[in-house]
Write a protein that binds this ligand. Sequence first.
Ligand SMILES: [Zn+2]
Length: 241
Amino acid sequence: MTRVATVLFVYAHPDDESFGIAGTAMKLRDEGHITGLLTLTRGDVGMWFGKEKGSWTPEELARERSKEWREATTVIGFDHCRLLEWPDGALGDSPVDRVTADVVQLVRELRPEVVCTFGPEGAGSEHDDHRAASFFALRGFHRAGLADQYPDRGPAHQAKRLFFNASPFIADFPIIAMTPTHTIDIKKYEERKKQAFECHKTQFKDRDRFYQMIERRRGKESFHLAVDRSGTASSADDLFR
Ligand SMILES: [Zn+2]
């Protein structure tokens, strides 16, 4: 890559960043690019590893997960981070125009070339919040470029590319495939990616799944180019070219 560009990652929960794109975010920043993360919920209705169900309130969990998110995002090292308070478990039931406006606002502030989010299938796990994050990111991606949409949220900016997190089809494996078009080698960043996940202590029920995923991906993170308004030929190991 030859010039500085900006990429914005949009996801649903604290820990989505560590599972999916941590290595790519670290690599891009090391290469001099600008990285931003928008997390739409504080994960307030998830489980709390090591605690009996019902022994905490959603607000307590939200506070703890917000702290974990700050630690993990510090390990990853984003240039910009924003954690919103849309309801965990009900992101899809949230007011469409207000959530979209929040995405539009950050797109217009950071003015990224590239936006990355989950695929509409919910990133293999079929989580409804992941599907909703995908919907809002895609809606925000397009509408941020239209000056007559959300004029109170900053001057229009059309990002060039939108990517979904991708994972290839695996026979007899219970995830929905999203065919990769781009694959980023993150081997060098794998240890720091693990450190980022280790910040999410309330979510250690997913720890085995995280390490199995690391194993399965063999030092790679994959993306599916879903929208390309750059008019340039695609390069399979670079999100900008
Ligand atoms: Zn999630």
